[in-house]
Design a protein around this ligand. Structure first.
Ligand SMILES: Cc1cc2nc3c(=O)[nH]c(=O)nc-3n(C[C@H](O)[C@H](O)[C@H](O)COP(=O)(O)OP(=O)(O)OC[C@H]3O[C@@H](n4cnc5c(N)ncnc54)[C@H](O)[C@@H]3O)c2cc1C
Ligand code: SF4
Length: 553
């Protein structure tokens, strides 16, 4: 069946802060200059915000540039940070670092604790009011290229996925073909490890000459705590226990709203021990004597996980290519030392929108928006990423050496040290199981600590079971012949949703081990696509509108 096509000036793939800000900025400029410009934004979640998971402490700088009157417009931003605590934990104790010793990047005065999902829902309303065509429930699944004429080879748009295709790849009674969305410029704003972004990076060699991107997995819970335990605006970060000193990671705990606490744990995906489970490390962390008290008597009301791109400046790919660009975490604008990417996502979306608007005004289409990277290079965002560029490489050298060297980098050189350290791809860092010690994690108590399945339940994740599996394997034999044989099947532990299981009761009655993929549980965090040691797992978008439905995350 032939796909229908729709034409736009600008198409944006992804309704996070980057995509929504780009859409808003394009329409603002059109309004200011009295011009018509058509902007379409597609989002794979069932609604804007459904797939958004962040911390989140917001640096409002970029939002204020985009919508200076956000307060009057009713943005859901009402918890100013009131106190910063940075704790170094050991198994049974901890030390609060004096705030005077904290590098500026760890200080949150002037920032706000928010739910990024709620902010995105509100940004979606602002975009819609300006006339952006928002299509939630539609996943971009294929990049389209011009095949003839002077724009030959340039990006032409994307196709959304077919609905109603059975597990066997054949159309079911509910079959509906996807749509082709064509545009003069297409912005890829899929967030960290965007699967179409990955394809355009390869097609246009956008990563040539830059370091590999590096990542962390962030696992988060939302708690309703007892009123007497709540300290509105309190921001707590920890390093140390339960992670070993050679593993990069730490926790965040943000008090906001009405007795709500966002608590989460980030583990750098450069970890070596295949027995490590980021999910169980997070569960253990909540039992620490300096932490558990906040949650006792409270109730866990939300759960989710998402990877974050932490490579910063030296891992940023070329941002533009004929017919489009990468914005937000799809490129990698997060400042790892601050665990903040929202302001960078908004700013990059704005800069790309301004470049596209000027190009459209002069009748251009399908070429490279070179004004966007130029504007980025002279922006405050570039300056911020430049100063933070050695954070991740230093921290990969271990907690104590890394903290010392990054401290010198920030306090002595103010981020302008005459060296730039290099990054290495996370999947290459996994060690063989035989070289590592298994880690024994305590059993969940169902009060403070939980198992994966009851956690996934709180993410409201849903996928139609009768559809092709969206966790694809380049070689179906590798999970057993390589992953199980050499690494004791690490996907069983790094997946925060229990999607991967090694079972030996195959459908055929065979007792040989096989990998079972419970794709319906996937929360779209992308960790498997990143950490699989031979890059054999490729995440592709399932039917639009499926996956988690996060509330207040
Ligand atoms: C655990 C954690 C804690 C964090 N804490 C903070 C913090 O405290 N402060 C801060 O500033 N930042 C924080 N960040 C980072 C911040 O959340 C990101 O930098 C920011 O969300 C990036 O915005 P984005 O628009 O680029 O991508 P995203 O927010 O990831 O949005 C991308 C959107 O695109 C959609 N999408 C993806 N692929 C497709 C497709 N093919 N078709 C259609 N739609 C698609 C997704 O569903 C999603 O809605 C944190 C991140 C994590 C994971
Ligand atoms: S299957 Fe992959 S993308 Fe889905 S939740 Fe697990 S690790 Fe994340």
């Amino acid at each position: 069946m032939e796909r229908e096509a729709m034409e736009f000036d600008v198409l944006i793939v992804g309704g996070g802060p980057a995509g929504l800000s780009a859409a808003i900025r394009l329409k603002q400029l059109a309004k200011e200059q009295g011009r018509e410009i058509s902007v379409c934004l597609i989002e794979k979640g069932s609604e804007i915000g459904a797939h958004i998971l962040s911390g989140a402490v917001l640096d409002p700088r970029a939002l204020t540039e985009l919508l200076p009157k956000w307060q009057e417009l009713g943005a859901p931003i009402d918890t100013p940070v009131s106190e910063d605590r940075f704790l170094m934990l050991t198994a049974n104790a901890g030390t609060k670092l004096p705030n005077a010793l904290l590098p500026a990047c760890f200080v949150n005065h002037g920032n706000f604790v928010i739910s990024l999902g709620s902010l995105c829902r509100w940004l979606g309303q602002q975009a819609e009011a300006l006339g952006v065509d928002l299509f939630p429930g539609f996943a971009g699944v294929e990049v389209l290229y011009h095949t003839e004429g002077e724009r030959r080879g340039a990006v032409k748009g994307v196709a959304t996925g077919d609905m109603g295709v059975g597990r066997d790849g054949q159309p079911t009674d509910a079959y509906q073909p996807g749509m082709e969305l064509h545009a003069k410029y297409t912005f890829f704003a899929e967030g960290c490890r965007g699967h179409l972004g990955k394809q355009v990076e390869a097609k246009f060699n956008l990563r040539d000459g830059v370091d590999p991107q590096v990542y962390g997995i962030g696992i988060k819970e939302l708690w309703q705590v007892k009123a007497e335990k709540h300290r509105k605006g309190l921001v707590v970060h920890t390093a140390g226990w339960p992670l070993a000193a050679d593993t990069y990671g730490g926790s965040f705990m943000y008090h906001f709203g009405d007795d709500l606490v966002a608590v989460g744990f980030v583990v750098g995906l450069s970890y070596g021990n295949p027995y490590l489970s980021p999910f169980e490390e997070f569960q253990r962390y909540k039992t620490h004597p300096m932490i558990r008290g906040f949650f006792e008597g409270g109730r866990r009301i939300g759960y989710g996980a998402r990877a974050l791109a932490a490579g910063g400046l030296q891992a940023l790919p070329r941002l533009v290519f004929p017919g489009g660009c990468l914005i937000g975490d799809d490129a990698g604008f997060l400042t790892a030392s601050r665990i903040k990417g929202t302001h960078g996502a908004i700013k990059s979306g704005m800069l790309a929108a301004e470049a596209a608007f000027d190009a459209l005004a002069t009748g251009r289409a399908g070429d490279e928006l070179s004004a966007y990277p130029e504007a980025f290079r002279s922006s405050w965002l570039h300056d911020e990423l430049y100063r933070a560029r050695n954070f991740k490489p230093w921290m990969s050298k271990g907690l104590y050496l890394g903290s010392l060297m990054f401290g010198i980098d920030q306090q002595l050189f103010r981020g302008k040290a005459p060296w730039t350290l290099r990054l290495h791809a996370d999947h290459t860092k996994l060690k063989k199981a035989a070289q590592c010690q298994p880690i024994v994690y305590p059993k969940p108590d169902g009060v403070l600590t939980f198992d994966r399945l009851s956690s996934v339940f709180l993410s409201n994740t849903n996928h139609e079971e009768n559809q092709p599996c969206h966790l694809t394997l380049k070689d179906p034999a590798v999970p057993i012949t390589v992953n199980l044989a050499l690494y004791d099947a690490p996907e069983q532990r790094y997946c925060p949703a229990g999607v991967y299981e090694i079972v030996s009761d195959g459908d055929s009655g065979s007792t040989r081990p096989r990998l079972q993929i419970n794709a319906q549980n996937c929360v779209h965090c992308k960790t498997c696509d990143i950490k699989d040691p031979t890059q054999n797992i490729v995440w592709i978008a399932p039917q639009g509108g499926e996956g988690p439905v996060y509330l207040n995350m």
